[in-house]
Design a protein around this ligand. Structure first.
Ligand code: SF4
Length: 65
């Protein structure tokens, strides 16, 4: 799987430097999302979430259980 960069740092699959370590992910569209293509991915600000309804990624699992 290619590197997946993610800022949802409350997910059990999230790693330092904004990397995802899940074996596969499911992503849905989010018209309100996005950022500059020139952004340095590993330096994006964290965007914590509590449930997968709060993310574009339906693979999200809260690291707190
Ligand atoms: S929210 Fe999705 S992309 Fe982000 S770390 Fe979790 S599984 Fe990976």
């Amino acid at each position: 799987m290619p590197d997946v960069h993610c800022t949802v740092n409350t997910c059990k699959y999230w790693q330092n430097s904004n990397l995802c370590n899940a074996q596969q992910i499911v992503v849905q569209s989010d018209a309100a999302g996005g950022f500059s293509q020139n952004a340095r991915l590993e330096q994006l600000n964290a965007t914590p979430a509590s449930t997968n309804d709060e993310t574009c990624c339906q693979t999200f699992k809260n690291s707190q259980g």
